[in-house]
Design a protein around this ligand. Structure first.
Ligand code: ADP
Ligand code: ZN
Length: 521
């Protein structure tokens, strides 16, 4: 019997496991349910591929995109591993042949889309496979798609929950590159996982340099300059199809090899442009977010957001398409107030008030990210509940730090106000109490009677906000945000309150948001 690392070497030729792989694989081999959360490029596939090879029977892999399936199957077949997919691109004879191979036990991994799997025929087929060769596990790739709280909810994924009821004894492996706490919980609940091994790898991508640059009036010229300083492949993300077309066209005129990519183009055109990008015939792809999941070009050297990202999570994903080969790469956001106005307008158009509120909150986080003087890496990771300590040495704010000031006293005021308000309120209310506001809400809760009422009149609202955000990024207070933001104290907050910890924050020299002029886009 091969040891795990021998099996890794034997089947895949790798010398060692990446962080998070081994515990997930061990749990899968013990027939436990698994949730593996790893950043893009972290090596999620191996977590179900290796167990599939070591266990008897077929592993069924649910995957949302045909291109993803094909890539993985081709890669496995190249290693001599029996893998196949079933989807609508195949003729019925081909499907029969593949099904036959499965029944004869020649196939270890079957990739399939959720709607196909869950169709009456799909389930019938699954029953037959289970009967004849056995099913070793169900692997659900891109598992965040089951959650409405994620950034890519797919209703057909939600139906996957029925598989547990139908096949209670088949272990389920859920894999994703994106999951906030909330989405994690949702995955476990929606798929009815039983005491799963939950493995969260670090989301830090040390080879990526993050920066935010204020967008100038002549924003296209600025973009061109940014592109010219770069070598290698790049992705430019824009908000609209129109903008994509326009930017690609102007770049071409400026003798930059660039092609557009957006959902309004035909499949054929998109595939063609993507292929030419992959084969380095063009340097740049200008894209809407339609250019997303499944983009696996390892040597993308830079990603520029010409317009604002929709939220931090998408930003992390989109920027994360850079540097998958581990080499240094640059992620730039061009931040303009004109864009903000457009996104706000788009949000106003939404009909569902709940959705509107969530979008607004997410946008607010993006603005905070763009405006902050904190380490960009720290901010991104804190969004995923991960703490990053110290200077990352690879973002604009760490490389050109703004001066910091000792705000321990103010932090103590802030945190004790959070405590006095019973950890049930968010930024605006806490600041309102600190500054001695006279609103209805304050009176309603009797917060004008608190000892912290009005003790922060010496600082402006923006200064308090700067502190509050900084406390969150530094992990000195927790902020839950399921629609409304609420501050909760954590162990570190108490250290501050007990004077066991000093608080330094970057002082914001930037002009204040509310008074800043919009600029042309
Ligand atoms: P993800 O699905 O998490 O984005 P993949 O599973 O596609 O990532 O893996 C990314 C790359 O890393 C692939 O080329 C894969 O072959 C490689 N890889 C995975 N695990 C290892 C390992 N233990 N050692 C070396 N390379 C690995
Ligand atoms: Zn940093």
């Amino acid at each position: 019997m091969l040891s795990l690392s021998q099996a890794l070497k034997h089947y895949f030729g790798y010398d060692c496991f990446r962080p998070g792989q081994e515990p997930a694989i061990a749990a899968a081999l013990a027939n436990r349910d698994v949730v593996a959360i790893m950043p893009t490029g972290g090596g999620k596939s191996l977590c179900f591929q290796l167990p599939a090879l070591l266990k008897p029977g077929l592993t069924v892999v649910v995957s949302p995109l045909i291109s993803l399936m094909q890539d993985q199957v081709v890669a496995l077949q190249a290693r001599g591993i029996g893998a196949t997919f079933l989807n609508s691109t195949l003729g019925w004879q081909e499907i029969k042949a593949r099904e036959n191979d499965i029944f004869q036990g020649k196939t270890k991994l079957l990739y399939i889309a959720p709607e196909r799997l869950l169709s009456p025929k799909g389930l019938e087929f699954l029953d037959a496979v289970k009967e004849k060769v056995g099913i070793s596990s169900l692997a659900i790739d891109e598992a965040h798609c089951v959650s409405e709280w994620g950034h890519d909810f797919r209703p057909e994924y939600r139906q996957l929950g029925s598989l547990r009821r139908r096949y209670p004894d088949i272990p389920i492996l859920a894999l994703t590159a994106t999951a906030t706490q909330r989405v994690r919980k949702d995955i476990i609940q929606q798929l009815s996982l039983r005491n799963p091994e939950v493995n969260v790898s670090s989301f830090n991508r040390p080879n990526l340099y993050y920066e935010v640059i204020p967008k100038q009036k002549q924003s296209y010229a600025q973009l061109l300059q940014l592109i010219k300083r770069q070598k290698g492949s790049g992705i430019i993300y824009c908000l609209s199809r129109k903008k994509v077309e326009e930017v690609a066209f102007r770049l071409q005129k400026d003798r930059i090899l660039a092609l557009p990519y957006h959902a309004g183009m035909s499949d054929a055109e998109r595939t063609e442009n993507q292929t030419r990008f992959f084969q380095n015939e063009v340097q740049i792809i200008v894209a809407t977010i339609a250019f997303g999941m499944g983009i696996n070009k390892p040597d993308v050297r830079f990603v520029i957001h010409y317009n604002l990202p929709r939220n931090i999570e998408s930003y992390y994903q989109e920027a994360g398409r850079a540097g998958r080969d581990g080499n240094p790469s640059r992620c730039t956001v061009l931040f303009g107030w004109g864009d903000l106005r457009i996104v706000n307008y788009l949000i106003d158009q939404k009909e569902n008030p709940q959705e509107q509120r969530m979008s607004r909150q997410q946008l607010q986080k993006v603005v905070e990210y763009a405006e902050a003087n904190e380490c960009r890496r720290k901010m991104q990771l804190s969004y995923f509940g991960e703490r990053f300590i110290g200077n990352c040495g690879s973002c604009d704010n760490c490389c050109n730090p703004k001066p910091t000031e000792d705000w321990t006293i103010e932090a103590m005021k802030f945190l004790s106000c959070v405590a006095r308000c019973e950890e049930r309120f968010g930024m605006n209310h806490i600041i309102d109490v600190l500054r001695g506001g006279v609103g209805k809400k304050i009176e309603q809760y009797g917060h004008h009677l608190l000892s912290t009422y009005g003790i922060g009149k010496d600082k402006t609202v923006d200064e308090w906000k700067n502190l509050g955000r900084s406390l969150v990024f530094q992990g000195l207070v927790d902020e839950t945000a399921d629609g409304y933001s609420v501050f909760k104290l954590n162990a570190q907050s108490w250290e501050v309150l007990k004077r066991q910890k000093q608080v330094f924050i970057p002082v914001n020299s930037a002009p204040q948001t509310s008074t800043r002029k919009f600029e042309a886009d």
